[in-house]
Design a protein around this ligand. Structure first.
Ligand SMILES: Cc1cc2nc3c(=O)[nH]c(=O)nc-3n(C[C@H](O)[C@H](O)[C@H](O)COP(=O)(O)OP(=O)(O)OC[C@H]3O[C@@H](n4cnc5c(N)ncnc54)[C@H](O)[C@@H]3O)c2cc1C
Length: 396
């Protein structure tokens, strides 16, 4: 079969959530293909996210917490998230559910990398890396990692290493997760923090994370993790590292194209589902998968709303710029957000789900003055760039 209705290019996080959603919404009668050189299975990442309890996701969760901690050197804040909860899902059950959905939907699988997508407005020709036609499709949902449409003004990375730690005796509190702990030594440019996601009193994921322009070497992440374990009072000699998890997520105000051509829709990180100020992606991917599946079930075009409102992306650009310029400290920024707003509002804001009035409250509670000067710096930079004569103009 080389004519299909729908092709998923990429079957990672976004592709897997979409397959599950198509099955859940009983989208039948469509010819669907998945093209990805890799068949995702097993444990390659752990997703943490928040939201209301959810009949679809909850059976797959490894753990969830009603209360989380945000800690700075000034003290520890215990946040009650009701009616939301913070949750952890490991990749294995997500990929398994997608594989099950694939069977039930009768999906065609092609294990190859996709190269070009040629969209003539009515049909998309899906080609391999050598330009050979793999398929023709009515719609393509593309979640291959892609660079943004153009570089951002601020391009940071969220990069981290986590250890799944096992203890013979109870050392973790499964009743609460640590969302962000800023007591870690702060890098010269950027923000660092640790966090703890306990699944029991003897087993937890402990991570060291940086938001900054440059990656660390292996030794840097290990030193960060050892230092954070010390801060937690954990005796590493008495613990076993069961698994190691590394990751890099873009944090940038660069624009990601949600719809590069009429019949190609981008999903996942490539489609702008990664929130620039936090790197969180999972909730937006899940939401967009649901929207696409609902649209197809109703016979509509599979085009979700943008992952985040434009005004939130603007606010994130300002925050990233202020952090990058050192106009505001990372711990101070997040601490003030949680100090002056109900936790539930901050989390809904970070998911792109707050109203303009709530956004204003969030904006007022952040270190507004320094951020505003970062915005003015931005505007001045843009103006200077526009007024600066191009090299050719000088010759004339
Ligand atoms: C280790 C790690 C932990 C993370 N933890 C969290 C978290 O806790 N919370 C959160 O919200 N976000 C988290 N993220 C961010 C985000 O949720 C994930 O990166 C998520 O997997 C993004 O989904 P995706 O579909 O965009 O990309 P991916 O899951 O990377 O999937 C992309 C797919 O495209 C395929 N592909 C690549 N090239 C081609 C090609 N040429 N043709 C066809 N297919 C191709 C790949 O094989 C892959 O299957 C994490 C990321 C990482 C790396």
């Amino acid at each position: 079969m080389n004519e299909v209705d729908l092709v998923l290019v990429g079957g990672g996080g976004a592709g897997s959530l979409l397959l599950a959603a198509l099955d859940r919404h009983d989208v039948r009668g469509l010819r669907i293909a998945v093209v990805d050189p890799v068949r995702k299975r097993g444990q390659d990442r752990t997703w943490a996210f928040w939201g209301r309890p959810d009949a679809d996701l909850d059976p797959m969760l490894s753990a969830s917490w009603q209360r989380v901690e945000v800690t700075t050197s000034a003290g520890r804040r215990l946040l009650d998230l009701a009616p939301l909860r913070y949750a952890m899902v490991r990749s294995a059950p997500v990929y398994e559910r997608a594989a099950e959905a694939e069977r039930r939907l009768g999906v065609t699988r092609i294990d190859a990398p996709v190269g070009a997508l040629d969209d003539d407005g009515a049909t998309v020709t899906v080609r391999d890396d050598d330009g050979r036609t793999l398929l023709r499709a009515g719609w393509v949902l593309d979640s291959r990692p892609r660079p943004p449409r153009r570089p951002g003004r601020t391009s940071w990375l969220q990069h981290f290493r986590g250890w799944w730690l096992e203890s013979a005796t109870p050392v973790f509190d499964p009743g609460r997760a640590v969302l962000m702990d800023f007591r870690t030594p702060q890098p010269a440019r950027g923000v660092s923090f640790g966090y703890v996601l306990p699944v029991s009193d003897r087993y937890a994921l402990v991570e060291y994370t940086e938001f900054s322009p440059e990656l660390l070497g292996d030794a840097g992440y290990d030193a960060g993790l050892r230092g954070y374990a010390d801060l937690l009072g954990l005796d590493l000699a008495a613990l076993t590292v069961r698994e190691v998890e590394n990751g890099v997520i873009p944090m940038t105000d660069a624009p990601f194209d949600g719809r590069p051509s009429p019949r190609v829709v981008r999903l996942g990180t490539a489609g702008g589902a990664t929130r620039p100020s936090t790197g969180f992606t999972f909730a937006a991917m899940h939401r967009q998968a649901d929207e696409v599946a609902r649209a197809l079930a109703a016979g509509r075009a599979p085009v979700p709303r943008p992952a985040y409102p434009r005004r939130h992306l603007w606010m994130d650009a300002v925050a990233l710029r202020a952090l990058d310029r050192g106009a505001v400290g990372g711990p101070e920024f997040f601490d003030r957000l949680f100090d002056r707003n109900p936790a539930e509002r901050v989390l809904r804001f970070l998911d792109g789900a707050t109203s303009p009035a709530e956004d204003l409250a969030v904006m007022r509670s952040s270190p507004l003055l320094s951020m505003t000067s970062a915005v003015l710096g931005d505007a001045a930079g843009r103006l200077r760039a526009r007024l600066r004569p191009a090299p050719g103009d000088l010759r004339g």
